[in-house]
Design a protein around this ligand. Sequence first.
Ligand SMILES: NC(=O)c1ccc[n+]([C@@H]2O[C@H](COP(=O)([O-])OP(=O)(O)OC[C@H]3O[C@@H](n4cnc5c(N)ncnc54)[C@H](O)[C@@H]3O)[C@@H](O)[C@H]2O)c1
Ligand SMILES: [Zn+2]
Length: 380
Amino acid sequence: VTERTSGHVRVRVDAAPAIARGYDVIVGSGALEELAEHITAAASAAAYAVVTPHTLEDTLGARVQRVLRDAGLHVELLAFDDRELTKTRETWAALTDRMLELRLGRDSAIVAVGGGVTGDIAGFVAATYMRGIPVVQVPTTLLAMIDASVGGKTGVDTPAGKNLVGAFHSPAVVISDPAVLGTLPEVHIRSGLAEAVKHGAIADAGHFRWIGEHAADLLSLDTGALEHLVGHSVRLKADVVSADPLESGRRAILNFGHTVAHALERFTGYTTPHGLAVAIGMHVEAVLGETLGITDVGTADEIAALLRRLKLPVHARLDADALLDAMSVDKKARDSRPRFALLRRTGECAADGAGAWTHAVDSQTVLRVLQQAAGASELV
Ligand SMILES: NC(=O)c1ccc[n+]([C@@H]2O[C@H](COP(=O)([O-])OP(=O)(O)OC[C@H]3O[C@@H](n4cnc5c(N)ncnc54)[C@H](O)[C@@H]3O)[C@@H](O)[C@H]2O)c1
Ligand SMILES: [Zn+2]
């Protein structure tokens, strides 16, 4: 369900009824000023812990703190180091310890103000603190607005791989204000655009085309274009996660591009912005789908063309063997054959013969496609 209230788009996401209630995603420039109303309506609490990276502590973190304090709410600001390398159990422990020191009780709530790293780790703290307190997601990167803040997946990385320890913990409400993207480094704008391309590629050819037609507006941070992009991408993701909140089936299509992306991130020591790895991953996995006769021929070229318009990489200088090794610890890998979410064509995913939404592919075929996809590095 989508409606416009006070000039903002509101998208409803249904969660797994046994686990959480559904929640709203509110998208609009200026939404941050109405934060207190949205938060008290969705997550009334005795105290709010605003979790934000050091990089945003004096800007967006302080602003959120002020907006909430002006509304008479009890607020504590917890700043932390949000590098992907420190999205770990140690950081989770440090944050929970600080909350315990502050004597925040079961009647408190967390407000995550930051990118996907912040949302994932603050969400995981909320999922576990006192056996679970509400979390409000206030995404401040394009990627987090489009993808990470919606769907309830929270967690941390381990030496064995990304996001391997975590929990499903739906937010009480998500508030996305594209006006905050003005300070985001350009590479992270492109990173977010990659996840929007993914939503179009797996579920909506019209959205995929729209992104191509508005590439220049998006790259120059046109407010109207960004609002439409975030709103529509959230709607597409909401449709998928509402139908399958715990990823027992079709939700796995959101992993398109991600088997390769996660391996690439691991291989580069988590220094590649997630969306850039996803861009390369989508192209490689589209080629893989074509090789297997699952994806319509020409799809990989369509994806490559759109990624290039968005100044996103299509190739990476990659070591095919090492990348294949890195895939064997992917959560989607059962019986040691890596699994991939594959397209039927742009805008549509393909189930395998047994009705599963990921396809097990033998290592030799994967290796061949990876070798073929290796090119001059475009990672910038
Ligand atoms: N839970 C999910 O469903 C899900 C989905 C996709 C991605 N993720 C996770 O999200 C993470 C990636 O998120 P990301 O791309 O947002 O990266 P990020 O959280 O690392 O943020 C990127 C950088 O931008 C800075 N930043 C954030 N907002 C800013 C702003 N408004 N102005 C200036 N700087 C700002 C951050 O401090 C950081 O340095 C990965 O860990 C990935 O696994 C989770
Ligand atoms: Zn992703």
